[in-house]
Design a protein around this ligand. Sequence first.
Ligand code: LIP
Length: 262
Amino acid sequence: MIRSALMNVMTAAALKAGRGLKRDFGEVENLQVSVKGPGDFVTVADQKAEKIVFEELSKARPGYGFIMEEGGEIEGTDKSHTWHIDPLDGTTNFLHGIPIFGVSIALAREGQIVAGVVYNPAVDDMFVAERGQGAYLNNRRLRVSGRNKLPEALIGCGIPHLGKSGHARFSQELSTVMGKVSNVRRLGAAALDLCYVAAGRYDGYWERGIKSWDIAAGLVMVKEAGGFTTDCDGGQDMLTKGSICAGNEPIQAALLNLIKGA
Ligand code: LIP
């Protein structure tokens, strides 16, 4: 496990927000059967979680800036540090009572992500990574998978939802990838998808049309577990382009080729 002061701050914020989300998740499961459904309740749960993370981090590191899913961008007095926060990644899963969601917190120093935490309170999985310190799930050191052949690879992806652009392109990419790999999965939570790559559960993962807060923590997780990440054009503009292709070294390269050629 990483025992730095920064990690303590980040995991404490994720745990506190996660505890609230876990309670609210129990309520969401009850609301599924109501006529109104859990929509508004989930929006409030999301905002509450963000408030907790924001308050905890502001207290521990005054002056750092924020980029948050709900609250947008808040410039800090310390221009070299910015938090990227998704208080509830996997909102649709949460809304439907599916226990695949998490609090995602990343810290950028001079524009580089240096630490990340992704916490799924439903199963109490705490993924952490810090530059140069490795990546861990709870107390277990993470390492990307050793599979190097596409026909053996399990690949995660993200599917653009209703109202989002890129449906035709995704179908094209999926059909290309499907024809070459063992199988494909769709978790519905980009932060956790990247943690799955770091943990060697997935051999690769790609998604387009996502936000910096969805992937910032996961990027350092994959890197510290020995994996590789690029945007879907092969560059390093994952956060600004909102596209990501990740994996162990050979699978990331092969997956990127498939996507680019689709
Ligand atoms: C979600 C991502 C997911 C993507 C969804 C959405 P949210 O984040 O994690 O991978 O496919 O469209 O962006 O909205 O649950 O924080």
